[in-house]
Design a protein around this ligand. Structure first.
Ligand code: DC
Length: 227
């Protein structure tokens, strides 16, 4: 029998499938902590960029990890990401850092570096954790595993609108191209590639409103944990 005191819901899937938005709302409704693990890879990408290091160069990235401390803090249950004590939550959401995050996330040494941090949070709290390898690698014991996806065009459209709202001038075509490049990196990397866990429920949110997706996922989670 599973003796764990905490509940973990793992939500994996490609960029722009709606993971973070849906997970954040669900976590609030269920009273769980929302853990956005992409922010951790972004923090590493941000740090390497700030040091002028090529984020895809393993031999340059590895020694610098000694000088890096990544922390998650929760203020009113909102996640903040700290890089050596500096709150970088707002600075890691640019297209440049998205690409740097994708590159560092392909390095096994970086994945190992962030592993304990993710596991420790789930040991201490009921969590909804989103990422790429949560159901497969980080929390294989998660009681609920969801693989959330949507077509590349729909995901790019959503991300484009989000970026535009923030004043970013990227075009839809650029965002789509970026999205495809990142999908390719995430799916083909040797270390923990993006794929659905065998026991994950696959959910495609194409053509669905946010509200519809939230209702569907909440039902799925409650059915599984018997809430
Ligand atoms: O979810 P996101 O776009 O913020 O993630 C940024 C990058 O980090 C993305 O390219 C994939 C990578 N990532 C990962 O490899 N494993 C995770 N658990 C979360 C994110």
């Amino acid at each position: 029998m599973d003796q764990r005191k905490t509940v973990a819901v793992a939500i994996d899937g490609p960029a722009g499938a709606g993971k973070s938005t849906i997970a954040r709302i669900l976590a609030k409704e269920l009273g769980y902590l929302y853990v956005d693990t992409g922010a951790l890879y972004r923090a590493v990408g941000y740090f390497m960029r700030s040091k002028g290091i090529d984020p895809s160069a393993a031999q340059k990235v590895e020694p610098l990890l000694q000088d890096l401390k990544v922390e998650l803090r929760y203020v009113d249950r909102e996640q903040k990401v700290l890089v050596n004590g500096e709150d970088v939550t707002g600075s890691i959401r640019t297209p440049e850092i998205s690409m740097a995050a994708s590159q560092v996330s392909a390095l096994p040494v970086v994945r190992r570096f962030l592993f304990d941090l993710q596991q420790d949070i789930a040991r201490e709290n009921c969590v909804i954790m989103d990422g790429r390898d949560i159901g497969t690698v980080v929390l294989p014991w998660a009681q609920v595993k969801i693989f959330l996806t949507a077509s590349a065009e729909e995901r790019a459209r959503r991300r484009y609108l989000e970026l535009r709202e923030k004043g970013d001038s990227s075009t839809y075509e650029e965002v789509l191209e970026d999205m495809k490049q990142r999908d390719h990196n995430d799916e083909t990397r040797a270390a923990a590639p993006l794929r659905a866990a065998e026991d994950a429920v696959k959910v495609d949110t194409s053509g669905e409103t946010l509200e519809e997706s939230v209702v569907r996922l909440k039902k799925l989670v409650l059915d599984r944990i018997g809430g």
